[in-house]
Design a protein around this ligand. Structure first.
Ligand code: NAD
Length: 489
């Protein structure tokens, strides 16, 4: 099976304020297949004028419409209906995402499409139990503590897990009573169209949700728009810093899910076969284009070569190819510039003196088009090297030797990032002990399975705030205390 041009993916309109409308300009985004380098769809490129229309509709719906004034139960009903409709189109969603950004269909069918559905279902359950209004025995009498919607939300997802990062914002925002303007990345506008159709079908009222795909200037216009109350952003740390600065100046609420450089700590008692299988998924998922990818593999000095051999064998056995072929384990990079960036880092690693033991620059065997890179392993890496410090966002792993468990924790923490991490050991208690010492927002012992009932996010330069769980829902609310007891004077 190969990616083919499917004109049914073409769109001529934007979804603004719950209606399909003509865009303000005739500018077009060409969605290019990373596998064939051919245009697979054309959609309108959103402009600042389109953003203005979307924010005005969202503002009107928030200030005067029914959505924020409905009961949580009424909103839950609509979101639950949306989630049910989404479930019926999951396979289509997986195909769309693999087509637009090149994720292997095995990963899209396992995670890109179903995980957002699980997320929506979990949020619906959380919303049913959430403390929307609490009567608290205060120091001076009863206080009513309310959670009210934060207002008009700008949701800005990246291209790597586009539906996942859109759902993680849209669903809690809707449940809280907010209205939302989504700005999908220009590489991945198509999954947003599908989501917009499903939201409309579920009966989300007029004005409540808009999708305007566009470039970073369009995103910056949305962030700075005076009609926006909160920005929910997932993307690079560089863009996150700029967005945080604007929100700081304007005192807008902001949550940031940013980059990572996570370490997998392999303790001496770990089962090597399990480590190798684990790294295959957790280090290389989505062709290495994952914020939580475990790309620094920390091993004791005496097991360094043995682990290098096991990982080399695993990497050489990977099937690299057409993302729409179910046999493919690694697909292309999202864009030519990303392919060049990853190959650039492979060159940097060699220049820095790391030992290239698998992969390297150039196209994988048997492929002559598409933005592929060879799954690559560097051994003998020092944690101060750029390949160990900077987010590469491709299938490139670094093996780093440690002298003691204490040293391993120190190396894991020697990073500007703090998004995720794993430890591999036969001793669950020893694993938990390591987990307690690593400064990261999420951690796995012999696994890394994101649980949507628990908070997710980063320490340090990996972000501010948390998505998922009741904590993720709370990010879309303001707290209000209402004093109802007249104290006796
Ligand atoms: P990016 O920062 O270039 O872009 C992300 C989104 O923000 C896009 O929609 C882009 O158009 C928009 N954007 C960029 N600059 C902007 C600005 N100044 N103002 C407003 N909008 C702006 O990131 P990317 O290359 O699309 O995504 C990859 C990055 O995302 C990686 O660093 C990855 O680690 C991170 N990521 C983090 C998480 C997480 O949950 N922590 C999840 C997925 C991806």
């Amino acid at each position: 099976m190969t990616a083919t041009i499917d004109s049914s993916l073409d769109r001529t309109q934007l979804f603004i304020g719950g209606q399909w409308v003509d865009p303000a300009t005739s500018e077009v985004i060409e969605v290019v297949s990373p596998a064939t380098e051919e245009v697979v769809a054309r959609v309108p490129a959103g402009s600042p004028a389109d953003i203005d229309r979307a924010v005005e509709a969202a503002r009107r719906a928030f200030d005067h419409g029914p959505w924020p004034r409905m009961t949580p139960e009424e909103r839950i009903e609509v979101v639950a209906r949306f989630s049910g409709l989404y479930a019926t189109r999951m396979e289509e969603m997986a195909q769309v995402i693999s087509t637009e950004m090149g994720s292997p269909i095995s990963f899209s069918s396992l995670a890109q499409a179903p995980a957002p559905w699980m997320m929506a279902e979990t949020f619906v359950n959380i919303a049913r139990e959430f403390g929307w209004e609490e009567r608290r025995a205060g120091a001076l009498g009863e206080v009513v503590v309310r959670r009210e919607p934060v207002g008009v939300v700008a949701a800005i997802p990246p291209w790597n897990v586009p539906q996942f990062t859109t759902m993680s914002k849209v669903v809690p925002a809707l449940l809280a009573g907010c209205t939302v303007v989504v700005k999908p990345a220009p590489e991945t506008p198509l999954d947003g169209y599908l989501m917009a159709e499903l939201l409309a079908e579920a009966g989300v009222p007029e004005g409540v949700v808009s999708f305007v795909a566009g470039d970073r200037e369009v995103g910056a216009h949305l962030v700075a728009h005076p009609g926006i109350d909160k920005v929910a952003f997932t993307g690079s740390t560089a863009a996150g810093r700029k967005i945080a600065a604007v929100c700081g100046e304007q005192l807008k609420r902001v949550s940031l899910e940013l980059g990572g450089k996570s370490a997998a700590i392999v303790l001496d008692d770990a089962d090597l076969a399990a480590v190798s299988e684990g790294i295959k998924f957790m280090g290389l998922m989505n062709s290495g284009q994952a914020c939580v990818a475990q790309t620094r593999i920390l091993v004791s000095r005496q097991r360094h070569d043995e682990v290098a051999d096991a990982l080399t064998e695993m990497l050489r056995g990977l099937t690299v190819g057409d993302p729409l072929d179910p046999a493919s384990e690694i697909g292309p990079m999202v864009a030519k510039r990303q392919q060049e960036r990853v190959n650039g880092y492979i060159g940097i690693g060699q220049d820095e003196g790391a030992t290239l033991v698998a992969g390297g620059q150039g196209m994988p065997d048997g492929l002559d088009r598409g933005w592929y890179v060879r799954p690559t392993l560097f051994a003998g890496v020092d944690n101060s090297m750029r390949i160990a410090q900077e987010e590469i966002f491709g299938p490139v792993l670094s093996l780093i030797a440690y002298d003691s468990v204490e040293d391993a924790v120190k190396i894991a923490n020697d990073s500007e990032y703090g998004l995720a991490g794993t430890v591999w050991t036969a001793d669950a208690e020893a694993g938990l002990d390591v987990a307690r010492q690593v400064r990261a927002g999420t951690y796995g012992v012999n696994t890394y399975t994101m649980d949507f009932a628990a908070p997710f996010g980063g320490y340090k330069a990996s972000g501010i705030g948390r998505e998922f769980g009741p904590e993720g829902l709370a990010q879309y609310t303001e707290l209000k205390s209402v004093y109802t007891s007249v104290p006796e004077m």
